[in-house]
Design a protein around this ligand. Structure first.
Ligand SMILES: [Zn+2]
Length: 97
């Protein structure tokens, strides 16, 4: 998947590590591009990560801009965190207050 601003490749691990907060019900995190410093919405679902453009609040529509297949991705959402597993390692991203 690519940054929607500068089109540089976003590594999955760095996207998770740099995620500042999440919208668990949208399975989406906010992370800053390490190259241009602009933010992207990155959505996770089982086996795939996508840079998306969100629309339709309070609906859950989104447009996929680019994606990366990664079979080890697992996702679980609760009220306070979006939990993402990558290669068996658990990460949690706090929901936006
Ligand atoms: Zn960028």
């Amino acid at each position: 998947m690519k940054c929607k601003h500068c089109e540089s490749e976003i590594e999955l691990q760095s996207a998770i590590d740099s995620a500042e907060f999440s919208w668990p019900l949208r399975q989406t995190v906010w992370c800053l591009c390490s190259r241009c410093g602009n933010g992207n919405h990155v959505r996770f679902e089982r086996g795939i990560a996508q840079v998306v453009s969100l629309s339709g609040s309070p609906g859950y529509e989104y447009e996929v801009l680019s994606s990366t297949n990664e079979p080890t991705i697992e996702v679980r959402a609760d009220q306070e965190y979006l939990h993402v597993w990558l290669q068996g390692k658990h990460h949690e991203v706090q929901a936006r207050a």
